[in-house]
Write a protein that binds this ligand. Sequence first.
Ligand code: ADP
Ligand code: MG
Length: 325
Amino acid sequence: MRAVAPGRVNLIGDHTDYTGGLVFPMAIDRFTTIEFERSHEPLIRLRSHDEPNEAIVQLPSSGEGRGWARYIAAVARECDSKNGITGEISTTIPIGSGLSSSAALEVATLLALGFTGSASELAQTARRAEHRATGVPTGIMDQLCIASAREGHAMLIDCASLAIEHVALPPETRVIVQFIANRTLEGSQYSQRVQQCAVAENLIGALRLANPESLEKINDPTIRARARHVITENQRVREFLRALRQNDLHGAGRLMKQSHESLAVDYEVSTSVMNEAVAKLQKTPGVFGARMTGGGFGGCVVALCESGAKVDGWRVSAARAAHLA
Ligand code: ADP
Ligand code: MG
């Protein structure tokens, strides 16, 4: 059997998911595939083409493992897997570059282990596994996108209610991804940003419900800037959806540009190399807009372009959700 899970790229709405805000990702046509056989032995044995060591997890899983095996152990623990599998993993998602190879691995492993819940339960279980494996309190965007995507569509996700709206991308557009640098969120300032949002929420309430005027109640300039990013980013996601619906692609592109500036200046999760790549893309003919994508501190940038535009990078298409094949 085979479990297949796509990667994802986020078009707009970064660092909004963990405060229950809005995000607008799409699954991409790069995949992690597990070719596997189920067994009645309480043992998981997986090889990955990208790792020298096999992941071996005795069931029931303690949830702990070394290197990449910690993701497998965490997934097995979260779904309380009883029956083992033996298999081989390959991926066309570049690992550690912000296109969510980790969530694809978690979701594909859950499917291979026979997870039978809804897409939302699949995503929440995978997210808990990611927290267990990495200790980084990431939001639900990656796993929910990968578990629920529809071919040809991006998706608006409300990360509070987990409601999803699938949105067809205008046929005259292309999405281009440029790889900038490998990164890991472990040891990055990601967790600090999550804490800073919690501080802001203690002062002004839920950021997803707050309006820009309430920022005046935050005295600390750093916390105020972090909150400003989240509040304005949620607003930009709403406006982005509206712009796409009206086929106002230049408007959508301007929102991507503003999103990048907010992530770079107010949220301080971009890098100079990413800023340069985005600036260059924004000057390229046929590019509506560009921004960093994902958690930041490296990773990738994404551009929304005219279909005929000559832009360096990977052209990605909106892929369907993870599935067994
Ligand atoms: P991203 O999710 O952006 O690609 P992360 O740092 O979150 O980057 O996750 C990358 C980690 O996930 C890798 O270091 C590895 O431990 C694990 N991983 C992802 N895909 C695979 C794979 N195909 N085989 C083995 N490990 C993988
Ligand atoms: Mg990841």
